[in-house]
Design a protein around this ligand. Sequence first.
Ligand code: AKG
Length: 260
Amino acid sequence: MTLTDAQLEQFDRNGFLLLRNFADPERCDTIRDIALAHLAHRVPPLETEYEYVHKSKEERERTSGTGVPLFEKEVTIRRLRQVYDRDIVFREWMEEEEIRPILSQILGDTPVLTLAHHNSIMTKLPHTSTQTRWHQDFRYWHFEDDRLVSVWLALDEEHDRNGVLEFIPGSHKMHFETSQFDEKEYFSETHDANKALIDTKVSNLLQKGDVVLFHCKLLHRANKNSTDEPKISFVYTAKAQSNRAILNTRSSEFREIVLG
Ligand SMILES: O=C(O)CCC(=O)C(=O)O
């Protein structure tokens, strides 16, 4: 499967692209079931809500696993990390043949999985998970250039009440001043210059099997989950083969998988 010129142009202009019904519902159910089992048994490596919310920019860049002991029953898990090595079902989704030509088109090169960053099951647990504020993933990553795209798979319905992703179209191409971000590199919602831009945000209701591709510099955020059901999604990132991770940074700490 390949993208049409119109779809490619849409990704280039907006910084994201929605592919409806891309994954089989049965496959989504299998991924979800395994993810729920790993969550129930707290299979490491994990990131907790506490870490997700309280990490400084430096910690986000440098640390890779959970440093918080998971003794307390109430600990809210925010993501299952390093899913590529957790289960063949997860790995097969990340190595899916059908999406490779699409990633090649977007990246203009052979796609390569980077296991350092998005390589996760993202969970939004009812009520206890918080919102995610506006940010660009690239601000926490270290590569020679910005040819990186994330692949988000909805495993169930995603909407504004359970924390569907929201995007600011075109923000991946905009230049921002450092002062427009706070000390944790979140895009400030109180900065005057940001407010009008934030008003242009969009989001799409997602159904099981829908895939959203989004650029590593695209501003995005998500609500907390105000429903009674967990929202579980899969996200991984592919980079252009010629876009190298900067040595001695977290981005170069994990291996890469060429999707030839
Ligand atoms: O699910 C969320 O709250 C946000 C996820 C996100 O920002 C990301 O995957 O980069």
